[in-house]
Each structure stands twice: as structure tokens, then as C-alpha cells.
Write a protein that binds this ligand. Sequence first.
Ligand code: ADP
Ligand code: MG
Ligand code: ZN
Length: 598
Amino acid sequence: MHQDIYETLQKVFGYSSFRFQQEAIINHVLEKKDALVIMPTGGGKSVCYQIPALVQEGVCIVISPLIALMNDQVSALKLMGVKAEALHSNISHNDTDQIYRDLESGTIKLLYISPEKLLSGNLIHYFSTLKISLFAVDEAHCVSVWGNDFRPEYVALNILKEKFPQIPTLALTATADTTTQEDIIKQLKLKDAKTYISSFERTNISVEARAGQKRIEQILQLLSHRSEEPGIIYCLSRKSTETVAERLKSNGINAAFYHARLEAKERSDIQLKFQNDEIQVVCATIAFGMGIDKPNIRWVIHYNMPKNLEGYYQEIGRAGRDGEPAKAILFYSWGDILNLRRFIDEGDATTEFKKVQTAKLDRMWQYASAQNCRTNFVLTYFGEYKSDPCGHCDNCKNPPQYIDGRTLTKMALSGIIRANENIGLTLLIDLLRGSQKKEIIQLGLDKLKTFGVGRMAPTAHWAHYITQMINQGFIKIDFSDYSKLKTTPLSKMVLYENCDVTLTEYKKYQTNSKGEPKKAIDTSNLDVDLLSKLKQWRNSMAKEKNVPAYIIVNNKALEQIASSLPTNDSELLGIAGIGKAKLDQYGEYILELIADHK
Ligand code: ADP
Ligand code: MG
Ligand code: ZN
């Protein structure tokens, strides 16, 4: 058995070694035992059920919530010479019939299916007539109300263990806090399940959070160094995806917007063009991404703060799947948190669920304004504990400068008190900075003693300071009174007892690539002309077969080929991502192309 799984990894997938706990998980499944796999996006969860499916008799049933995701996996498997199919509402009657015939004759090794389809008609009964090797429940967090993407139809999947107690079930997800992990095991009725938590740390992603001022300018600055690099900008509203894309386009950037209101055809077009490197930047709502397996996304920007850390980490995890350096920037502001609070408060969820959502939002905000290692903050959230700082987040690379914040805090508090605790953040800053805005004059705030005392600090700096005062409890934000600022028991201690207040200095952001992770593969000998020829060939092949380009051969493999210039089959097999099936199909052509080029 042991030998088989190595051979399959090499021959079918073209990889020379297992990652993290893949091998342990595969062996566990082969012993017919249940397991829960928590592995970050891009970590390599699929192999954990695909290899057991290939080395055993029978068919592996993979439950997956998204059609696009299923189709991609099936095309990728077919290109590797594996017999895989998908069953969902978009498959024609004829094709469905053929799939049933193939299932009966036992030729299909992996069957992807949506939960709706699985639970419809007599399918469960029909499955009991087949030889099934394994059930894999992908995106398993959808089964739990504690998760960030609860789907009621997932709950009914507990029928699998009831009807097929002997068949092992593998539940997989990239996003489950500790409570959700326990709930998945309970909901799916997994037996003595072992939980495998892989490290969530993505060492190739440099993580950064910035106050959300002049976001477009900051983004344009950033893109001026990254004109070729594909990336995603996540926005909170459909409207802002459109306006941000418009601003980028008017600055000559190849950008598009994507949200749930677009026609299905338009959405899949954008997705395909992005996957094939024909669109550089997609400005999107969170509707974009679940189905995307594009390995060379170099950066992900959150134009607004997301509503929880699960979503945030999932979204930045789409960057750098090829293991090469990537960047994640989070913009955050009080405006975001107020909007998100309003969504929750005005939503029609139960009080209980609103509490869960509010607690998750609070954690997100703490993360955004954290002064210590951000990576460790997220890892702790997902149940992984590590004390050494990561070295690839902004707080590690450029630690905050601490300042004595007593005077600043006294100024802010005095402004709040003199304005009768009837003032929000923006107006308070205007008051402190002595602004001549209409509202200030109308409300007579220019007559207050505090008017203009904080002129020395720019608006952005004030926002940064006051945010920290709120986080440390010296000021309170009253969500039940139009988010106005109020004093707290700690306020008095600053005003009358001169207690210590430590704040951090406002940071300027680096826009160059100093301090970013190094490239993982040696491309110092990269032949750029050859690379572009290889890409041209690969892209036309992808068009012909109507699959995303990276499924044919990914960029990392092409870069390696264009650097190491393999001259025969075995050297080509040494490239990560080239397996036996790909060698058979494209090997001759690639070697010829290299020889001609020389
Ligand atoms: P996810 O955990 O998000 O489902 P995938 O299973 O889609 O991740 O894998 C992400 C990428 O990593 C894929 O391109 C996959 O082929 C690659 N991969 C998986 N296992 C290995 C391995 N052992 N060596 C090299 N690449 C691997
Ligand atoms: Mg996956
Ligand atoms: Zn860090």
C-alpha cells in the first residue's frame, strides 16, 4: 500500500514528496477510519482523498458545494488521466445516464456531487448498490452554524454515516475555528475521528494592515511596481467593486469587476479571463473566489474590512498558492466597522446568531488594529499556538514605535466632554484640528476651548490614535446612539489621575518590495523569451481544450522549465507539476520547443 501511494503521487500528480500531513491522512483513510482535515486553502487537501480513491477499489464520492469548483477539479483530473465525473444540476440527461452506466461498470474513480443532488430522489439508495471506497465532504464547515458559511442542506449529510457506517468519511475545510471543528465531527456523526490540523501559516504571504485613507492612491502606488501581477481587490459592496474597477481602468490598469448581480455568463467569462491571465485585477465582492484555483495570484487587497477572520484568511489564502512570494493588504476604517455592525443589527438573524456575528466582527477589528504579530493572532483563532513572531507581517518587520499618549488622550476626551458626548469620530477630529467645515460652525464647535488644540497631527494620525484609545477602553463607541463617542470609567483616570496611556505612532507604508519573502525556486537563469513561447503554447492549448491555462501546466512549472532547460523525459519529470500523463501528452512538444529555441 505504502509503495502505491508514492507511485501514484509521482506518476499521476507529478509530485516527488508529500506535504505536511498528507501521507498520515492518506494512511489513516486507507485504514478505513474517519478524519477531519483542517488545512489552509492551497495546502493540498484534494490529494488526501484523491490518492486513496486511486489506490483502492470502488468509487470515492466527493461532496462539494460549488459547481465551478467541481468542474475544475474534474477537468484537472481528466487531464491527468484519471476517470472522474461530476453530478449536479447543470449536467445534461444524456451525460447523467452515461455517468450512471460508468458507475455501474465500476470505471469511475472519483464522483463529485453537490449536496442537493446527493439528497435528491433515490440516489442514496442507489449508492448502496455500488462499491464505494470513501466519502469526502469538502468545505465541511458549511455543516456548522458556528462556521462562517452555514448551508442548511449540508446538515442532512449526516445520513451518510447512518446509511454507510462502514465506509470511511473524510471531512475537509480550510476554515473552522475551534468550536466549529468540534461541531463538524458531531454533525457528520464521524466515529472516533482523528483531527489533523496543518499549520495555517502561509510563510510566503507578507501580511499587512493599513488605515483606509486614500485607498485608491495607495493601490495605484502599489500596482506601479506590480504591473504584470494578477491580484484581487475585495470590496464590501457591489457598487464599490464597480467604482474601484473604474478608477483603476482610467489609470490604465487591466481591471474588471465581479459580483453576484452579474449574469452567470459574464461571471464565468471574467473568471476564465482572470485564470488565463487576460485580466490582471478583479475588484470583487466575496462572491468571487470559492471556485478559483489560480496558483499565481500575487496579491490580495481588502478594500474594506471583512466581517470575520474566517473570511479574511480564506480570501488572502488565494494569493501565492504556487508557493512564490505574495502580498496581502487589509484596509480598515471606522466606516467599515459601522457598516458591518449595521448589517448585523438590521439583518433578520436570531439574537443568538447576531451575538456570534458581532463577536466575530470584534475579533476581526482587534486583528486589524493589532500591534503584535498578526500571523500569531490568526493562528490562535484557529486553534494553533505558536509563540515566535512570524517575521512576515508588518508588525514583525516594522515594529510599532510607542509614544506617551497622555496629552493626546486628554485632548480627545476634553473634546468629547465639551461637545456633550454628542459627537462622532470624524467630527471630533475636525474639532481637534480646528476645521472650518460647515457642520463645525453650525454646531458652534469652533467656540469650544478644545477647538484646534490638535492641529499638529494630520487627520489620519488622529484616526489612528483615537482608534487605539477606543481599543484600550479610554473612549467608548455607542452603537445604540449613532456611533457617538462617550467617556468610560477609564476616562477619569486619564483626566484627573494622569494615568499612563501608551499609543503607537502612525506608520508610513513601504511601497517597494524590500523585506518581502524570497522566491522559492531558483530562476536566476530564467530565459524570458523561452518562457513567453512556452506560455503562448500553453495558453493556446488551454483555449483548445477549454480549460484554465494553469491546468495544462502552471506558471511555476513553466518558469522552472525555462530556467533549467530540460533535454529529456526524465529531466522533464523532475519538474514539479509534470507527471506521467502530462509528460505523455505534452513532453515531446515541450522538449522540441526548447531544442528549437536553443
Ligand atoms: P486545497 O487544500 O485548497 O483544496 P488543493 O488540493 O487544491 O488545495 O491543492 C493546491 C495545490 O497544491 C494544487 O495545485 C495541488 O496540485 C498542489 N499540491 C498538492 N499536494 C502537493 C504535493 N505533495 N506537492 C506539490 N504540490 C502539491
Ligand atoms: Mg480544495
Ligand atoms: Zn508577525
